[in-house]
Design a protein around this ligand. Structure first.
Ligand SMILES: CC(C)(COP(=O)(O)OP(=O)(O)OC[C@H]1O[C@@H](n2cnc3c(N)ncnc32)[C@H](O)[C@@H]1OP(=O)(O)O)[C@@H](O)C(=O)NCCC(=O)NCCS
Length: 176
């Protein structure tokens, strides 16, 4: 899908394919160093391109998983991965993670990725989308609130960073 960004430029949001593996790993390494709110640290990125290709293939072949990339100027600048439940009792819902390169924050790329996820989820019959966000990540929380997500709970002291324990906030949107 194509989106017009706030500065008028055009963004492409599409499903990731195996040729994106290297760029996706580069993107992940970059965003975890740029943001204080992701759970991995740069040296924890598994730089195994073949493994990443398999992961992308697994997403492509699954009916209730989705791996999106946001492509801008021919480069991957954002990604979103959604994993649907695998057992019957939790198949109606899933969780996602999202990231955009800092240089491109505020242009509407996060919104474009999330909008694409919601359209796809409705199409394939997913009833509920959930996520966890580190307390204090106001930019992300505002993005989710804008798309109709509600705060459902809190996992206390679930993250440890720079000597401090931080809560994770659980958010969800019912699509059913
Ligand atoms: C969170 C993230 C994905 C948002 O992406 P983005 O491309 O900047 O998002 P958008 O430009 O679509 O902005 C979405 C909303 O964020 C909110 N927002 C933007 N700037 C903000 C700021 N400085 N403070 C608070 N909220 C802000 C607004 O509600 C905005 O919607 P609006 O422009 O219609 O008002 C991106 O900042 C990111 O990758 N952060 C690092 C990784 C991360 O935190 N991921 C989420 C983990 S749960």
């Amino acid at each position: 899908m194509e989106y017009k960004l706030k500065d008028g430029r055009v963004l492409l949001v599409r499903e990731a394919n195996e040729n994106d593996a290297k760029e996706i790993l580069e993107h992940m390494e970059l965003v975890v160093s740029e943001s204080d709110f992701l759970l991995s640290e740069p040296d924890e990125i598994d730089w195994d391109i073949e493994r990443e290709k398999k992961i992308i293939k697994m997403y492509r072949e699954s009916k209730n998983d989705l791996f999106l990339v946001a492509e801008f100027d021919g480069k991957v600048v954002g990604m979103l991965n959604f994993r649907g439940g695998k057992r019957r009792r939790v198949k109606h819902k899933g969780e996602f993670g999202i990231s955009v390169r800092k240089k491109y924050w505020g242009l509407g790329i996060g919104s474009a990725l999330l909008n694409t996820l919601i359209l796809w989820a409705k199409k394939v019959g997913i009833k509920k989308i959930q996520l966890e966000v580190v307390d204090g990540n106001e930019r992300a929380i505002n993005l989710y609130l804008k798309y109709g997500f509600e705060i459902e709970g809190r996992k206390k002291r679930a993250v440890f960073k720079d000597g401090i324990y931080i809560d994770l906030i659980i958010m969800g949107r019912w699509l059913g």
